[in-house]
Design a binder for this molecule. Structure first.
Ligand SMILES: [Zn+2]
Length: 313
């Protein structure tokens, strides 16, 4: 039976009695209309997008080469938690700085600063999500698992440092970017520690992230541009350089000048903006991967069947 199906597939263009139609649930790539039962050579009745365009976007020619995930739901939820919690943590830091600004400009309440507790809590949640990278399927190479385990362990000192900075230091000393707290050397040292840990964690998790990303034919083939971990790591590196210049100017006062202050501030601001953009991209990629991980990549055979032209077999 399977051989006959295969022959039929091969004879698709030559046998006039059979037509390839869509089986199972296949939604139009453009408007999500259910295309079940339509011929592969037709168009979406709702929006006119050729069915072939949907097939190209959804069918993965390498679908059968991927090892099945041990737990598709756990992997998908882990990935979205990892990137989503990290993104919200970064938004919290951004909100804290905006609230500092409104406090300075409009004498608004300082109570916002207590929301700083969300930063380490959400980072810890992101670390729990990262557990999904350790062993998504049984054929994961050992060094990918080991790197992921090391990354998850490094979340512990990262959460501790973030707690120290956002829950204790900034609450005791006040708004860092207005006045002296920014120039307290201990604060810069904490920032450098946080930057280094984020950088190392990102590089350690890189192969684990790719393990998931390659399962989407659109991300793998570049039909959708993908946020790379390496780009994110270089953004972290830029803020680190800024913090190191800042630290040096505090350590050796001879370096202190408006020019040096401008340089480190520029590195920190540009790097932070790039980190924010990077995490937004990472979160969007996770959402795109979510259905691919849960349902598994689709092969051509999963979505089409052969039918006699005068009706179902
Ligand atoms: Zn459509």
């Amino acid at each position: 039976m399977d051989e006959r199906t295969h022959d039929n597939l091969k004879a698709q263009s030559t046998n006039p009695d059979l037509a390839a139609v869509l089986s199972g649930e296949l939604l139009c790539w453009s408007c999500k209309y259910d295309l079940t039962g339509l011929s592969v050579t037709s168009q979406c009745p709702e929006c006119g997008t050729p069915v072939r365009a949907t097939l190209l976007a959804i069918v993965d020619p390498e679908a059968t080469s991927f090892k099945p995930l041990r737990s598709p739901v756990y992997s998908a939820i882990g990935l979205v938690t990892w990137s989503g919690a990290a993104l919200i943590a970064i938004f919290c830091v951004l909100l804290l700085r905006v609230s500092d600004l409104s406090f300075e400009l409009f004498s608004m309440s300082e109570s916002m600063r207590h929301f700083g507790v969300l930063v380490p809590v959400l980072t810890g949640l992101s670390g729990l999500g990262a557990l999904a990278f350790i062993r998504p399927h049984n054929a994961v190479r050992a060094w990918v698992s080991i790197r992921s385990i090391a990354a998850v362990l490094l979340y512990a000192p990262l959460v501790w440092l973030l707690w120290n900075l956002h829950v204790r230091f900034d609450v005791i000393y006040g708004a860092p970017y207005f006045g002296d707290p920014i120039n307290v050397r201990e604060r810069v040292v904490r920032r450098i520690g946080i930057g280094l840990l984020v950088l190392v964690i990102a590089l350690l998790l890189r192969p684990g992230v790719r393990e998931f990303a390659k399962r989407s034919v659109l991300l793998r083939t570049g039909q959708l541009s993908r946020q790379t971990v390496l780009a994110l790591a270089s953004a972290v590196l830029i803020t680190l350089v800024g913090d190191l210049v800042h630290f040096s100017s505090l350590r050796w006062p001879v370096m202190q000048s408006v020019i040096v202050d401008t340089i480190w501030m520029a590195f920190v601001v540009i790097g932070s903006a790039m980190i924010l953009i990077g995490f937004i991209g990472m979160f969007i990629d996770s959402l795109r991967l979510f259905p691919v991980l849960i349902k598994g990549p689709k092969s051509l055979r999963d979505v089409i069947r052969k039918e006699a032209l005068d009706g179902p077999e």
